[in-house]
Design a binder for this molecule. Structure first.
Ligand SMILES: Nc1ncnc2c1ncn2[C@@H]1O[C@H](COP(=O)(O)OP(=O)(O)O)[C@@H](O)[C@H]1O
Ligand SMILES: O=C(O)C1=C[C@@H](OP(=O)(O)O)[C@@H](O)[C@H](O)C1
Ligand SMILES: [Mg+2]
Length: 165
């Protein structure tokens, strides 16, 4: 089964996904890493030189290509907002897990990161508004919501437990 992790930037998808895959004994991938490797550009370079719509199109193609594979996939925070992408995941019978983490926690983790173009160009207030508008979409497009306010190891255990049910 494919397990997609979604949620706001900084909720821990990339960190926890790796641990959860180890616990489940399956592969791990990160859609951002796949995009960077495919295009041989960093995410800020892609946003700057190719534009965000191109990044989103590539991201959607990559998530679709993972549907049906036995892997834990950490999605970029915008990937599962796309209704076609969410539909493809659902049609493939994938588990889409929303890592639910409060805004302040996400913000403290991402605020100084220059590798996230949306963070670099936004104020805290803008990011909070984005968080609030996205949250309902993550809820709508996920099959499982998990509070991921623990340590990375605890959160990975929560994912494994939820999938065993
Ligand atoms: N549960 C956690 N507790 C403490 N720090 C965390 C936790 N999850 C992630 N982090 C840290 O927060 C930052 C962002 O995490 P990351 O996994 O890149 O988030 P995402 O992929 O959801 O944007 C990283 O520096 C990571 O080490
Ligand atoms: O939420 C977003 O729109 C984005 C999230 C990032 O991934 P993380 O959620 O892993 O930070 C990355 O895909 C890009 O900077 C855009
Ligand atoms: Mg990530």
């Amino acid at each position: 089964m494919t397990v997609f992790l979604c949620g706001f930037m900084g909720c821990g998808k990339s960190t926890i996904g790796k641990l959860a895959a180890k616990k489940l004994g399956c592969g791990f991938c990160d859609t951002d890493d796949l995009i960077v490797r495919t295009l041989e550009m960093t995410i800020p370079e892609i946003f700057e030189k190719k534009g965000e719509p191109f990044f989103r199109q590539t991201e959607a193609e990559i998530v679709k290509s993972l549907c049906g594979k036995t892997t834990v996939a950490a999605c970029g925070g915008g990937a599962m907002l796309n209704p076609d992408t969410a539909r493809a995941a659902k049609d493939a019978g994938a588990a889409v897990i929303f890592l639910d983490v409060p805004f302040e926690t996400c913000y403290e983790r991402i605020k100084d990161d220059t590798n996230r173009p949306i963070v670099v160009k936004s104020t805290k207030e803008e990011l909070e508004a984005l968080y609030n508008s996205r949250r309902s979409v993550y809820l709508e497009h996920s099959t499982i919501r998990l509070d991921c306010d623990g340590s990375p190891v605890e959160n990975a255990e929560r994912i494994a437990d939820a999938l065993r049910k």
